[in-house]
Design a protein around this ligand. Structure first.
Ligand code: AMP
Ligand code: ZN
Length: 478
């Protein structure tokens, strides 16, 4: 069965075929690093990770590029509102770059804990201003810009395909447009490519450009960096559904007007939102839950990953503690079931002989992922396999670990740890680790202290520093 993906551009599922046989270029919009990622954002990155893993399983040599937005992103995607980075820096009494560095580290700490494979290229907007300027010059040469009020705008009326991705009906939008937002715009959907007249007096980061000293709009960074690392046309671009209407629509307008190539990107993938029972989760508007919050309430990061895999990426997913607890129980049962299997055999290192029943499961698993990354179906196949007592244990473990190359649940490690966990429940050993951490802290070797704490946490041991010293407790999960 061929590998198919739902393409927002065509609003249909179609067979994925890369531009260069055997290779796949993928750009996923990365975080704006003014705060921690919330668990909704992390849904987007787990989706990207599953895509990358599934493509690699299908033999593609994937180049995964992710941007880090550290300049230019206003709270409204259409040039309205506060500058997210500036506001965060002012609130924290730090510089913009300090805030960016801190939350970039925090972001990758979260993605590492979720077992998300690091992208091949991680690119910071502030380190690619020259590329953005060069691209804006090409857009200017194509006749799609105007300056007004000191800023340089993209003129959507000069780009014939504007709004194709989002199926925008520009006439209707124009009639219903809110007035009085930015009087410089000729069309309501025009957007800033380069700000020279900042509305923020304290704009921290400024660069010289042909249009004056200033800074880039948000959308241009993704066009410039994706083209730089993946070429003028590439295979897949992804982000959350909130990006269809403005951000990705504007990226397409910029890239295609600059290069004259249409379509710029072959497949557009958009994940649905994670929602709370009390409504939308947003970084700027409250309802904000981080991965660390989940860990602090006793969940393992991989419980959250398992929870996400249980829903298709294009379905809205409701988050609640009960739902997450359900995922935790399932993951725990899975590891326990595998432990029983592993008690009887070691996983085959080589594939089982042709004709082994596991291949029926492997085929069903691959068919599920080939069908627009249906992780819920793939998980059901995994469970079917684990419950099938007619499959030889060593074959079963081999197949489970194959499947886990896409699930990314670290099942091999979870099994090993579950085994070690018994030995580790030896209190003396935990005490020794706690003491070693205390010594490391005394020696101001905080990296070592943190890594001891993290290693204990991975084994389900939580440390709490109290005025009387460090106490530890065992978490009731795998
Ligand atoms: P941001 O850091 O705000 O640019 O968002 C990072 C990624 O998270 C983008 O791809 C968004 O579309 C996506 N996103 C934001 N909120 C949610 C949510 N509640 N559920 C799923 N994805 C989200
Ligand atoms: Zn983007």
């Amino acid at each position: 069965m061929p590998f198919t993906l739902y393409n927002t551009l065509t609003r249909s599922e179609s067979v994925f075929k890369s531009l260069t046989p055997g290779k796949a270029g993928f750009y996923g919009c990365g975080p704006t690093v003014y705060n921690y990622a919330h668990i909704g954002n992390l849904r987007a990155y787990v989706t990207h990770d599953v895509l990358v893993r599934a493509l690699r399983r299908r033999g593609y040599d994937v180049t995964h590029v992710m941007n880090i937005t550290d300049v230019g992103h206003l709270s409204g995607d259409n040039d309205e509102g506060d500058d997210k980075m500036l506001k965060s820096a002012a609130e924290r009494g730090k510089s913009v770059l300090e805030v960016a560095a801190f939350y970039t580290r925090a972001f990758f700490n979260d993605t590492d804990r979720l077992n998300i494979i690091r992208p091949n290229v991680v690119c910071r907007a502030t380190e690619h201003i020259e590329d953005m300027i060069a691209l804006i010059k090409r857009i200017e040469a194509a006749g799609c810009v105007y300056s007004a009020g000191g800023n340089l705008y993209f003129d959507i009326s000069k780009f014939p395909y504007y709004g194709e991705l989002a199926r925008l009906k520009l006439d209707e939008l124009k009639a219903g447009a809110r007035t009085g937002l930015d009087g410089n715009k000729r069309n309501p959907q025009d957007f800033v490519l380069w700000f020279t007249k900042s509305k923020f007096e304290d704009q921290a980061l400024l660069w010289d450009s042909p249009w004056g000293r200033g800074y880039p709009g948000w959308h241009i960074e993704c066009s410039a960096m994706s083209i730089k690392y993946l070429g003028e046309q590439f295979d897949i671009h992804a982000g959350g559904i909130d990006h269809i209407q403005i951000h990705h629509t504007n990226e397409i307008a910029q890239s295609e007007s600059a290069t004259g190539r249409h379509p710029w990107v072959q497949f557009w993938l958009h994940n649905e939102f994670l929602v709370l029972d009390r409504g939308k989760m947003s970084k700027s508007a409250g309802g904000f839950i981080t991965l660390q919050n989940l860990v602090d309430s006793g969940f393992a990061p991989l419980d959250y990953r398992y929870f996400l895999l249980g829903a298709h990426y294009r379905s809205q997913l409701q988050f609640s503690n009960e739902n997450l607890s359900g995922a935790r129980n399932s993951r725990k049962s899975l590891v326990q079931a595998l432990q029983r299997v592993a008690g009887n055999a070691a996983a085959s290192e080589a594939p089982p002989p042709a004709g082994s029943k596991v291949f029926e499961y492997i085929d069903a698993f691959d068919a599920a992922l080939d069908s627009d990354l249906s992780t819920p179906r793939a998980l059901a196949v995994l469970w079917g396999l684990v419950k099938d007592q007619t499959v030889k244990p060593e074959d079963m473990l081999w197949a489970v670990f194959q499947m886990d190359t896409v699930f990314g649940l670290s099942l091999r490690e979870a099994l090993a740890q579950a085994g070690e966990g018994a030995a580790f429940s030896d209190a003396a050993e935990i005490e020794a680790a706690v003491e070693e951490r205390a010594q490391a802290k005394k020696a101001r070797d905080f990296a070592k202290a943190d890594s001891i704490r993290a290693a204990l946490k991975d084994r389900g041991i939580i440390l709490e520093d109290t005025p009387k010293g460090t106490v530890w407790r065992v978490l009731n999960n795998v």
